[in-house]
Design a protein around this ligand. Structure first.
Ligand code: PEP
Ligand code: MG
Length: 767
């Protein structure tokens, strides 16, 4: 057996990570699986490597690719959950590693496989979130049993390959049924005069450009166009389709690279599903077949894509339904290439104001790649995390009423004043000039921010630390330019959210390494995954919940899905090795029991990692977010066990007052200065002071100059805010002394009635 070290194994993951390359070098999907097994077998110097795929409908595992066993067994060997060692790995959802497989009570013999000589067995489940995908098995002669490092490497490999294998499985299982009915065309739009729309600000900024409707089903529209023009489309041949496929593949690779520059945390593998479709013989084959019967290429692509979309959308599995969007994107791209670069349905968003009825996390990718100027979201449909994400990308956005916008036609000029939440449709020259001037002044003000002091002190010299909240790595530049002393909240959910797939430990480790490297020796607090609630990730949750804000979310979800929790903690710990100022915090902690459990898992990960690598693992500080009212009464007990507190006022207010933070209809009830909120915050800070742990604030209240002096007054000495607020918050802190802030806080805490507190709220620092 080769004596490969953990380092060697992790080195290979970088290569495996290039799944796009693995894919583009494979003739088709079966070829892709075949290449996977060869690659894994070679790397682990195993004589056998096999992939068994699980079918949710039949509840059976089937051998789908093998290197080392008889090829004739592919498609023939089938096992139920719990049957044989392979079925056992799936049933127990853990690696099964045995030295003498044939002696094991669960061993099942398949004469057609030819596996007698290979007695050392290691089977690792392939999972994506809660989705069971299959089992990756390696086998060797018994004298070469698999060791712990190899088990670890196989786990890492399966997590890296999971999404790609799952996509391949879905496509291989697909069968294209008879034609689906033609969709009903949307009603024609009417162009209207100039008018003004007042909505709500969701992401600040100014933008001006032609509008475009965000079309959810562009392929249906294209299909309709192709039917309308049937006969006039000219001849279509295989070479034409081949050119469109080649051009599409080239664009996918380019997009992957462009995304790598803009959103490095989600770039890898994002277009793999698209590439797989282009490799799927039945997908492209069905198009060719239609063309050979006389259909134009445009129509053949649109029809086949529509059929696939229909099948995917009809699935009872979320992850399959999700693929309908991939097909749609891919088909639109192919059709655009067939049409000489013009999709005919308006898909060029560069410099435009996009009007959307709903924004999904995956749409953010398209919007980012397309250099959209601004967004108007019609109706509700805005989750707080989508708005945080759009803000992180610095795209101006407002939320407006459907009726008010009904008269906007594609191409109408729209001026977006997202600071005020207004849109001017077909604005006059005067309005444009006025806003351009304001925009210029704003740029000047941002430059002025560069005059930030390195350290922030109150008027009497009391030191206050100002940190940045970061959601995307692209925000780090601004945080550093504006002299953030560190990162007080790194929201890790965005790579999970945008990709609609679970990033592997390796991918996460790369993101955290970039973050920590960029921040050098400054303090960085990484929050573990805060999924669920309004940042739902279907692939992580196995069923819709009647009340997601109170459901299986955040740390609860991670405790339920231990592998995901372990993978994230390990990725953070690996990235943080050798760094002194890394902190980990758990969101939405509700009880001491829950905190202990989460902290215990982090300790186990530290020990396991130290044992695996043989090196020391730097132990980070482990703290918690204060976001639930249940923490207030127990704050002293928590402060004895947590290394630090960070108050998430966004959720603290939501749960304290029972008001949905993202629901515009109850906006006036979402009151940060409610007396119970202010007093609750004070009790938490008192407990932290008493136990001598740091308590910072990272919710949005921390950047509001009406509340900053309150926080200073109750003893907060560390605030973490979105980077662009840093200059304003620093200016505010400079204007207060410990004494004046304490008096201000006391005056607010003395009131029982919201309106009385409002009379005392200042809107700027005293001069
Ligand atoms: C909060 O709840 O205040 C917070 C900072 O977390 P998030 O906004 O990500 O829920
Ligand atoms: Mg929160």
């Amino acid at each position: 057996m080769s004596a490969k070290t953990a380092e060697d194994h992790f080195g290979l993951l970088a290569d495996i990570g290039e799944i796009s390359a693995l894919l583009s070098d494979s003739p088709d999907l079966q070829g892709f699986l075949d290449r996977c097994v060869v690659m894994v077998a070679n790397h682990l110097t195993a004589q056998v490597c096999s992939i068994y795929l699980y079918d949710e409908d039949t509840r059976m595992l089937t051998l789908r690719a093998t290197h080392g066993l008889s090829k004739a067994a592919v498609g023939q060997i089938r096992l139920a959950i719990g049957e044989g060692l392979v079925g056992k790995a799936l049933k127990e959802l853990r690696p099964i590693c045995v030295a003498h497989a044939s002696d094991h009570p669960d061993f099942k013999y398949f004469p057609e496989a030819g596996e007698e000589p290979y007695d050392a067995f290691l089977g690792v489940p392939i999972q994506r979130g809660v989705e069971k995908i299959g089992i990756l098995v390696v086998q060797r002669h018994a004298r070469d049993r698999f060791n712990n490092v190899e088990v670890m490497a196989m786990r890492a490999l399966t997590s890296q390959l999971a999404t790609a294998i799952e996509t391949a499985r879905t496509l291989l299982q697909m069968a294209v049924p008879a034609e689906v009915a033609a969709p009903v065309p949307p009603p024609p739009r009417v162009v209207q005069r100039s008018f003004f729309v007042n909505g709500n600000a969701a992401s600040p900024g100014y933008a001006c450009g032609p509008s475009i409707q965000f079309m959810r089903h562009p392929v249906e529209r294209m299909l309709q166009l192709s039917r309308e023009h049937e006969g006039s489309g000219g001849s279509s041949d295989d070479a034409m389709l081949d050119r469109a496929i080649a051009a599409t593949l080239g664009q996918l690779v380019e997009m992957q690279e462009a995304l790598g520059r803009k959103l490095p945390e989600v770039a890898s593998l994002i277009f793999e599903a698209h590439m797989m479709m282009l490799k799927d013989r039945s997908f492209v084959g069905a198009m060719r077949e239609r063309m050979h019967k006389g259909e134009s290429a445009v129509r053949a692509v649109a029809e086949v894509a529509t059929q696939y979309i229909g099948i995917f959308e009809a699935s009872s599995h979320d992850y399959v339904r999700e693929k309908a969007r991939d097909v749609e994107d891919l088909a639109l791209r192919m059709l655009t290439n067939l049409n000489g670069g013009d999709s005919g349905v308006g898909s060029d968003w560069r410099g435009r104001i996009v009007i959307a009825r709903e924004l999904l996390p995956s749409d953010i990718l398209k919007i980012t790649l397309a250099d959209v100027a601004g967004i108007i979201l019609v109706g509700g449909g805005l989750t707080s995390h989508i708005s945080i994400l759009v803000r992180s990308l610095s795209i101006p956005m407002i939320v407006a009423d459907e009726l008010l916008l009904a008269g906007v036609a594609d191409g109408d000029k729209v001026l977006l004043d997202a600071d005020a939440g207004n849109a001017y449709v077909n604005p006059t020259r005067d309005v444009i000039v006025r806003f351009e001037e304001r925009d210029r002044l704003r740029d000047k003000a941002i430059l002025h921010g560069a005059a930030m002091r390195d350290e922030t002190r109150m008027k009497d010299g009391t030191r206050v630390r100002l940190l940045a909240n970061i959601n995307l790595l692209s925000e780090l530049d601004m945080a550093l330019d504006l002299k953030a002393e560190g990162i007080g909240l790194y929201r890790t959910e965005f790579p999970f959210l945008i990709r609609q797939a679970l990033p592997s430990e390796e991918e996460q480790c790369k993101v955290y390494t970039r973050l920590l490297t960029r921040m050098g020796d400054r303090e960085v607090t990484i929050r573990t995954l805060d999924a669920g609630g309004d940042k739902m990730m279907d692939y992580l949750n196995d069923g819709a919940e009647p009340n997601p804000a109170l459901g299986l979310r955040s740390t609860r979800l991670l405790l339920r899905h231990r592998d995901i929790f372990d993978q994230q903690l390990r990725a953070i710990l690996r990235a943080g090795t050798g760094r002194e100022r890394l902190r980990i915090m758990f969101p939405m902690i509700c009880s001491l029991d829950e905190f202990r459990q989460a902290k215990g898992i982090a300790e186990e990960c530290i020990e396991a990692l130290a044992a695996e690598t043989g090196d020391g693992v730097t132990r980070p500080e482990i703290g918690m977010m204060v976001e639930l009212p249940s923490v207030v009464d127990l704050a002293d007990a928590f402060a004895r066990e947590a290394d630090f507190f960070s108050i998430g006022t966004n959720d603290f207010i939501q749960y304290m007052l029972g008001v949905d933070r993202a629901n515009a209809r109850v906006f006036e009830y979402y009151c940060p200065h409610h007396p119970a909120v202010l007093r609750g915050l004070k009790r938490v800070v008192d407990a932290a002071k008493h136990r001598k742990i740091e308590c910072s604030v990272c919710g949005e209240m921390a950047h509001d100059v009406r509340y900053v002096p309150f926080f200073l007054g109750i003893g907060i000495r560390c605030l973490s805010v979105d980077p662009h607020y840093l200059p304003e918050v620093q200016q505010c802190v400079l204007g207060w002394t410990e004494e004046s802030a304490a008096a201000y806080a006391a005056s607010l805490l003395a009131e029982n009635v919201i309106s009385d507190i409002e009379k005392r709220l200042l809107d700027k620092a005293p001069v």
